[in-house]
Design a protein around this ligand. Structure first.
Ligand code: CUA
Length: 336
């Protein structure tokens, strides 16, 4: 009985200590959505159970090793125990109850995170190797950065143009696989609660540049969000260079091609036009309109030495109109 009392006290003490350590080392990023609070409640309960199980095993193990080790001159066998219905019932009922309790808690939390707000903002998400693209059907805006108003639920309708990707912003906690196929549109809802900059990362291995399939998410105050909408929908620039500039942001080009000479996944566009490029087949080429056009629509045709093929999407020829491509070329031409 004395041993049991000591062991129970040690287990309780170690459980609280372990739980305190787990809670204070910052395992989870900031809670930036309504859904994150619900999910973190589950995490907190799990941390407590994990701490208890860790302590239960460790205390029994170490206590037995230290207190019940073989004494000097004690060469006899220990007591043989064969079966104990009481013990077996206890260690079946307790884990079973725990698992049922957690499944109940999980189902409850899942239902809470899926709650529908009729006034949610609609955004269509397209994932591809390797980019994220967002379309706001209410405003006819397409962009490569997800802009969201704070404290308003967003409903993402997501689809992929090639393989399975997964939409995940750690601060919002919720995550959803994005599947190819028009009939497999997946929905994800969340309500951002903190204004700031976040990153969506692809959480499903989807090929060579999976690790770089990140793109910015900006949570804005509702007035800033409205300003952004006005700016995007208001005055469309008339000159080709400004139109090209808008197009390269919308289509995600600048994720790989820097405008300031910085190195990237693809060649920088600064001082590109008119320069001489060495290609990976040993030939050289002068960057002119024809070369740029070919590089946009036939992305694996002329790969610059030192860069990899099959990185740039091969869909721009279908995705962009001839006019849009000419605007982009005009913009690249202007970067000196
Ligand atoms: Cu897309 Cu990983």
């Amino acid at each position: 009985m004395k041993h049991l009392v000591i062991v129970v006290i040690l287990i309780i003490g170690l459980t609280f200590l372990t739980n305190f350590v787990l809670q204070s080392i910052g395992l989870l990023p900031v809670e930036a959505s309504t859904q994150a609070v619900i999910i973190d409640r589950l995490f907190d309960t799990h941390f407590l159970i994990i701490s208890f199980l860790f302590s239960l095993i460790l205390v029994f193990l170490v206590y037995s090793i230290v207190v019940f080790r073989q004494k000097k001159g004690d060469d006899g066998d220990s007591v043989h125990v064969t079966g104990s219905s009481r013990l077996e019932i206890v260690w079946t009922i307790i884990p079973l109850g725990t698992v049922i309790f957690f499944s109940y808690l999980g189902a409850l939390s899942l239902a809470e995170t899926l709650k529908v707000d009729a006034k949610a903002l609609d955004v269509k998400v397209t994932a591809g190797q390797w980019y994220w693209s967002y379309e706001y059907p209410d405003f006819e805006i397409t962009t490569d950065t997800l802009y969201l108003p704070v404290d308003r639920q967003v409903r993402l309708s997501m689809t992929s143009v090639d393989v399975i990707h997964s939409f995940w912003v750690p601060e919002f906690r919720v995550k959803q696989d994005v599947l190819p196929g028009e009939n497999l549109v997946k929905e994800l809802r969340f309500t951002p609660t903190i204004i700031g900059d976040y990153t969506v990362m692809c959480a499903e291995l989807c090929g060579g540049a999976h690790a770089y399939m990140n793109s910015p998410v900006k949570v804005l105050s509702s007035s800033d969000f409205q300003d952004w909408i006005d700016e995007e929908t208001g005055n469309i620039p008339q000159d080709p260079i400004s139109r090209g500039e808008k197009l390269v942001t919308k289509n995600g080009c600048v994720g790989c091609h820097s405008l300031d000479g910085a190195p990237g996944v693809g060649p920088t566009w600064l001082n590109l036009y008119g320069s001489e490029r060495k290609l990976n087949d040993g030939t050289t080429v002068i960057v002119d309109q024809e070369y740029l056009l070919n590089s946009i629509v036939n992305t694996n045709g002329q790969i610059v030495d030192g860069f990899a093929a099959n990185i740039m999407p091969q869909t721009y020829g279908d995705q962009l109109s001839e006019d849009e491509i000419n605007n982009i070329i005009a913009f690249i031409e202007s970067l000196k």
